[in-house]
Write a protein that binds this ligand. Structure first.
Ligand SMILES: Nc1ncnc2c1ncn2[C@@H]1O[C@H](COP(=O)(O)OP(=O)(O)O)[C@@H](O)[C@H]1O
Ligand SMILES: [Mg+2]
Length: 260
């Protein structure tokens, strides 16, 4: 038994989020994410993964229930303070990148904080080193690959010393090499720097390989939560939620895994 219980970085209690057209995308969601976890949010399309990430990132100020980041309700945070604690990497990097060069992009956050130019440079180089992209600093942002764009989005999120990263489908659109690269990077940030990672994905094999804990969402509610090996070996549940049982855990005679 662990002597110290890790602090809870993010908590949602009885969370309800509705879109302006009245769609209730999340209802009665309870989730607790301990500091330093690599946490996976899984569920089929439309289950509420993106909405939950955005809600945790403070993008739905009219939520009902409670969302706490480091023990403080997010609606009570001044925006700048919240974004010094967490960063969200959206699904499509093309919608997130704003600058003309790689270096300018990673310098953007520290510049906006009004730091002196030396400090801005130092932070920008440090975050480029973190994602192993120093060599591309002067390159035009539209001239780097899709996978590199995703890594630059992560770098941009590290420049303010954020300790929590929220990522929406970080491997979507990547080839196996790009996928390995970004997952290796997230793993390194998690294990070496202790950054808490919350990743939405519908890629169960990936979650089985990298996550410490997973949560299954279905129709805007949490179905179950736990260690990947426990959650994913419940084949009937996985199948009822439209998720494939990862090959590694398909040991109890569940339907044969389909290769995709
Ligand atoms: N902008 C929007 N307006 C109305 N409904 C939306 C909007 N975006 C998502 N939804 C709905 O919210 C629910 C959850 O969607 P989402 O969080 O995008 O799921 P996921 O990321 O798991 O695919 C779905 O029913 C979806 O149709
Ligand atoms: Mg989504």
């Amino acid at each position: 038994m662990a002597l110290f219980k890790k602090a809870l970085t993010m908590i949602a209690k009885n969370l309800e989020v509705a879109y302006p057209d009245g769609t209730i995308a999340l209802s009665g969601v309870n989730i607790e994410i301990p500091e330093g976890k690599f946490y996976g949010l899984l569920g089929m399309n439309g289950s509420g993964k993106t909405t939950l990430l955005k809600a945790l990132a403070g993008l739905f100020p009219k939520y009902r229930g409670s969302i706490q980041v480091e023990s403080r309700e997010i609606r009570d945070y001044p925006a700048r303070e919240l974004y010094q604690r967490l960063g969200m990497v959206f699904h499509d990097p093309n919608l997130q990148l704003l600058s003309s060069t790689v270096f300018e992009e990673v310098a953007l956050g520290p510049n906006n904080l009004g730091l002196n130019p030396e400090e801005v440079k130092e932070r920008a180089w440090r975050s480029l080193a973190d994602v192993d992209m120093e060599a591309l600093a002067e390159k035009g942002i539209q001239r780097i690959s899709y996978g590199q764009k995703k890594r630059i989005c992560v770098a941009g999120m590290l420049t303010m010393g954020q300790r929590i990263l929220l990522l929406d489908e970080p491997t979507e659109g990547l080839d196996p090499k790009g996928e390995k690269k970004i997952m290796g990077l997230l793993m390194k940030l998690n294990k070496e720097k202790g950054i808490t990672i919350l990743m939405a994905t519908h890629h169960v094999e990936l979650a089985a390989q990298y996550c410490d804990s997973v949560c299954l969402l279905h129709k805007g509610k949490v179905e179950t939560e736990g260690r990947p090996e426990d959650v994913f070996s419940n084949a009937p549940l996985m199948e009822s939620l439209g998720l494939r049982v990862p090959f590694t855990f398909n040991i109890h005679g569940a339907a044969s895994p389909q290769l995709s």
